[in-house]
Design a protein. Structure first.
Length: 292
């Protein structure tokens, strides 16, 4: 089985951590195994959290991990001048217009606090569906009406045809944010189609996003998205069983590098955290212990 293109798609909202490194290395391993090239696609439309130093950290981390990029920016300047998602706004705007024409969108002005008050689960359950707010009203998000969404079909790596329903935490997902900017589910979908990605490697925590994007593609009539193969890998956790996040400074690659850790030692830490009994010290070791 061969693939043409996979991607590494970090968000520059913090310094990358060991969980990111693990996902990047998994992507590299599968790319090498199946003859795929790697696209670097940086999701930077959350401008409130964007920092140039976070983008630079992406390039530094990829260099440190010895992961070659075949398509995409090679440095911060090239990214900002040519590859930022800002340069694809026309494509996203056209996508939002296409969604609007489906009649499946509804407006929502609920804050996170209000959503929590409406339901103790914290999940949004479509409370604004019957309010019929205008999509043109200021400060409203555009949500997808998933109340009648059918089962979602997808391909799980290596070649398993699967079905699932959109989980509760992704029902009525946002397609356009209150500030008028396209939401992650839409931009990620359109970018993957735009660049011709046919293998998406991501953590199991993003499985609900996969289903939301597949539903979104169905509403847009983008059947090509259903032909993409998805690999949802397990998440690594520290010995304290704490899920990694960008706020966990001591697990950032930048911090570990400043502490003098080299690539061999980083691979060793990842090996321990995935519970492998034999020490991992090289990328070849890493590839050999990955599940087929």
């Amino acid at each position: 089985m061969n693939f043409n293109l996979t991607r590494i798609a970090p968000t520059p909202s913090g310094f990358l951590h060991l969980g990111n490194a693990y996902s990047f290395l998994k992507t590299k391993a599968l790319a090498e195994k199946h003859g795929a090239k790697i696209l670097l696609r940086i999701d930077d439309l959350d401008r409130d959290r964007y920092r140039p130093e976070y983008v630079q950290d992406i390039f530094d981390t990829l260099d440190f991990l010895e992961i070659p990029i075949d398509l995409g920016p090679k440095n911060l300047q090239e990214f900002e001048n040519e590859w930022s998602q800002i340069h694809r706004m026309k494509m996203y705007t056209e996508g939002m217009d296409r969604l609007r024409s489906t009649g499946k969108l509804f407006a929502c002005d609920c804050s996170r606090k209000k959503i929590q008050q409406l339901d103790p689960s914290g999940y949004y359950l479509g409370q604004c569906l019957e309010r019929r707010l205008s999509l043109d009203k200021p400060e409203v998000a555009w949500r997808m009406d998933t109340s009648e969404s059918d089962v979602v079909h997808f391909i799980e790596y290596p070649d398993q045809k699967k079905t699932a329903f959109i989980p509760q935490d992704s029902l009525f997902y946002v397609a356009r944010k209150k500030d008028g900017m396209p939401a992650y589910q839409l931009t990620s979908l359109l970018d993957d189609l735009h660049f011709g990605v046919d293998l998406i490697v991501r953590g199991k925590d993003l499985f609900p996003s996969t289903l939301a994007q597949l539903d979104l593609a169905r509403n847009l009539g983008e059947e090509k998205f259903r032909q993409i193969t998805f690999h949802h890998h397990s998440l690594i956790k520290s010995p304290e069983q704490v899920k990694l996040s960008k706020s966990a400074g001591a697990t950032s690659i930048q911090y570990l590098r400043k502490e003098g850790k080299n690539l061999q030692e980083i691979l060793g830490i990842i090996g321990k955290w995935i519970g492998h009994e034999v020490p991992i010290s090289t990328f070849e070791n890493f590839k050999s212990v990955q599940k087929k």
